[in-house]
Design a protein around this ligand. Structure first.
Ligand SMILES: C[S@@+](CC[C@H](N)C(=O)[O-])C[C@H]1O[C@@H](n2cnc3c(N)ncnc32)[C@H](O)[C@@H]1O
Length: 205
């Protein structure tokens, strides 16, 4: 599938109806999600024919993109049932076969789940400090090859050091920096928090 077509399909997905701020529920927009997933496939071959886990899948954007890029198997994990219901509806509409599990992502670190590639837009840790690194720690346990993840650019040095020194990543590379616009979702945020710089990372194990 071409990039433009992928972006267009993702642009039609239903997103969080009443986002829960304590779970940092904001969708990855179609422009960012399509480029993130397209790059994972076209530059690194990490999606087509691979098993994929979408951690904190929300309404399913990244997992759906993986399916549209011909992943062999896709599973999404999220704590929130309402988001998972929407994700399932999105899959039904597109006739996509994807599994979903309701759980706290932290619990996956204790399981034997193993996939080729993990994709995620984790909570940035603004509501619960360290949430992003908890997701990364789990991702590094269950991925056999690579992890694609979004983190605030302001945490770049910390993410790199923790991934390489504490969490066992073999490599940690920022693929590109982007801006995440939370304006329309959380209207009561302070202005400087609305448009934030975010890194797309690729970690290998
Ligand atoms: C920033 S949103 C990303 C949603 C979706 N992946 C996307 O890209 O549009 C973070 C997601 O993580 C979920 N989440 C937050 N903490 C979680 C946890 N401890 N375990 C499982 N899911 C969690 C939220 O419900 C939310 O759907």
């Amino acid at each position: 599938m071409k990039l433009k077509q992928l972006e267009s399909e993702l642009g039609h997905l239903v997103q969080f109806q009443s986002p829960k701020i304590e779970l940092e529920q904001y969708p990855t927009g179609a422009h960012i999600a399509s480029r993130m997933m397209y790059m994972a496939e076209s530059n690194f071959g990490d999606i087509c024919g691979k098993s994929i886990a979408d951690l904190g899948c929300g309404c399913g954007t990244l997992g759906v993109a993986a399916s549209l890029l011909d992943a062999s198997y896709v599973i999404g994990f999220d704590q929130d049932l309402a988001a998972l219901d929407t994700a399932q509806e999105n899959c039904r509409d597109l006739e996509i076969d994807m599994d979903f599990v309701q759980c706290d992502v932290k619990s996956l670190g204790l399981t034997r789940i193993s996939v080729d590639t993990v994709v995620m837009n984790p909570p940035f840790g603004t509501r619960r400090k360290g949430a992003d690194m908890e997701f990364l720690s789990v991702a590094l346990k269950i991925a056999r090859t690579a992890i694609y993840s979004l983190h605030k650019s302001s945490t770049r040095q910390h993410v790199k050091r923790a991934a390489l020194q504490d969490l066992g990543a073999k490599t940690a590379e920022v693929l590109f920096e982007l801006r995440f616009d939370l304006k329309s979702l959380y209207k009561f945020h302070k202005k400087q928090e609305l448009d934030i710089a975010v890194d797309l990372w690729r970690f290998t194990v």
